[in-house]
Write a protein that binds this ligand. Structure first.
Ligand SMILES: Nc1ncnc2c1ncn2[C@@H]1O[C@H](COP(=O)(O)OP(=O)(O)OP(=O)(O)O)[C@@H](O)[C@H]1O
Length: 489
């Protein structure tokens, strides 16, 4: 749903009765609509709309100078993307059907109930926003040039899939609506959220909150703040991070871990722009853009609010609200064309930080990295390159500076597991929430799949040298060759 006060789309009211124009103008203002245009003379509609990129039109039918039907017909020819809602005292079904056939978006019969009017307006504004986005997308797909490449300068890429996302971001950033970013751990979700913030042109701060591990009281306190005396130890008022992100962006990372109680509070915030500081009965309003991200398959966790009994379930209504705009970042292994660029970028950064002179990168290093599955994505690559630069003893970075990091048991999965002291027996045996095995195999692998994968990797990493590959696998060359023969059959 759309918050009226966050929409910049003008609402145009066309009616020959001044009292109607005044009444609806007042109503729209009280609903928080920012731009209202009233037109009494229906002949001037087209001229007035000329200067507007987009808008929503509420149109009376019975007008002396030019009928609503005529205006509707003209609008549908000249500005077909503008949603037109008919507001009339005429309850005749035939007229309604005719108007809908002519392209009216909705048909309201006066006197109009407030709720009906509100939902028609919301609907029309949403349609208008979406149509505007589509037009923006069409525009960029023709030009293929970003309007503001500077917003994306931190994201090193030449992947067409990433550029499609950048264009999408340019189209949706100004809408102020929630954005959900899905992607594997380390794939650049936070970096992308920052780009959306920059592209949206808002004046406030970009504030990051990692919600994993926050129980509801901590989540509420962190976001909404508290009143003095709200709980023992709350010695003074605390404003909360929503306040800090006012007129800016609140980036909630690891949203898939949010507790069920906190989900309800977040829903109220995104839906109504309201929140309660702990210990206060007075709601506060917020004008903060909410961007959320997770490396979990959130759509698998989604349940209707009534059926949300499972421990890690996610409310369906909240999911749809948060994903008004949805971005799915491709994992690094699906954009291997970025590996050379990223290696160069991280090498330069690391060499600069460590004051080392590393001039070149061996092609064989890029080749070996291009076959690695990178369950930890760009973060994993970054770690390897920083480590390799530190260890490099020549002016060239080669596979020798990295090979032992890619050996089984030394990969990022093992390292993270050790670093995070994750319980090996627990179902949460994951890397930052994602199971490395599931990444590679698209589900828990069978023993046979694991064996085949091991053989492939050993062959790749040994440059197809069967003796070396057999050594890496801890089997004899004969045993390996037997397996390969069996595979060929
Ligand atoms: N395309 C890129 N170019 C340069 N650096 C990148 C790129 N993508 C990610 N990085 C770097 O990789 C690291 C991880 O990125 P980021 O924190 O944005 O990932 P994430 O998806 O939010 O991770 P997590 O799921 O763990 O929260 C950061 O150091 C970031 O700067």
């Amino acid at each position: 749903m759309l918050d009226f006060h966050k929409s910049d789309i003008p609402v145009v009211f066309v009616d020959d009765e001044q009292s109607e124009l005044d009444a609806y103008s007042f109503l729209l203002q009280s609903m928080g609509v920012k731009k209202i245009i009233t037109i009494k003379d229906s002949r001037s509609v087209m001229a007035t709309l000329e200067s507007l990129l987009t808008c929503v039109v509420f149109l009376d039918l019975n007008m002396p100078q030019k009928s609503g039907k005529e205006v509707l017909q003209e609008l549908k020819v000249a500005r077909p993307h503008i949603p037109v809602v008919i507001c009339t005292a005429n309850s005749d079904i035939e007229t309604a059907v005719e108007c809908l056939k002519l392209g009216a978006h909705d048909y309201l019969v006066k006197p109009i109930n407030m709720n009906t009017f509100g939902s028609a307006l919301r609907n029309a504004l949403e349609i208008s926003t979406l149509r505007q986005e589509v037009m923006n997308l069409k525009g960029f797909s023709l030009s293929q040039k970003l309007n503001h490449p500077e917003y994306f300068r931190e994201i090193i890429t030449k992947s067409p899939a990433m550029f499609t996302l950048f264009h999408y971001i340019e189209a949706i950033a100004p809408s102020g609506q929630p954005v959900l970013i899905l992607g594997e751990t380390g794939s650049g979700k936070e970096l992308t959220a920052r780009a959306i913030h920059d592209a949206s042109g808002v004046t406030g701060d970009f504030v990051v909150v990692d919600v994993s591990g926050l129980d509801d009281p901590l989540f509420s306190d962190t976001l909404f703040g508290h009143k003095r005396g709200a709980y023992t130890g709350a010695e003074k008022d605390r404003p909360g991070l929503i306040k800090k992100a006012n007129n800016g962006t609140l980036f909630l990372d690891e949203i898939g871990d949010l507790t069920k109680v906190s989900q309800i509070k977040l829903l109220r915030l995104v839906q109504e722009g309201l929140y309660y500081p702990l210990g206060s009965d007075q709601p506060k309003t917020s004008s903060t853009r909410i961007i959320t991200a997770t490396n979990k398959k959130l759509n698998h966790q989604v349940h209707s609010s009534e059926g949300a009994e499972e421990e890690n379930s996610f409310r369906m209504d909240l999911f749809y609200r948060l994903s008004t705009h949805l971005l799915i970042l491709p994992p690094l292994r699906e954009r291997t064309e970025d590996i050379p660029l990223l290696v160069e970028h991280f090498k330069a950064k690391a060499a600069d930080q460590m004051n080392r002179e590393v001039v070149s990168i061996a092609d064989s290093l890029i080749a070996i990295l291009s076959t690695h599955p990178f369950p930890g994505n760009i973060r994993e690559l970054k770690t390897y390159i920083f480590d390799a630069v530190a260890r490099c003893t020549t002016r060239e970075l080669t596979e020798n500076d990295i090979l032992d990091r890619l050996k089984p048991g030394m990969g990022v999965a093992t390292k993270l597991r050790k670093d995070c002291a994750i319980d090996e027996n627990s179902h949460k045996d994951q890397m930052g929430g994602i199971d490395a095995l599931e990444y590679i195999f698209g589900g828990f692998p069978t023993l046979n799949q694991l064996t085949e994968y091991g053989i492939d990797q050993a062959l790749k990493r040994s440059g197809n040298n069967q003796s070396k590959a057999a050594g890496m696998l801890g089997i004899s060359k004969q045993a390996l060759s037997k397996r390969l023969k069996k595979r060929r059959k």
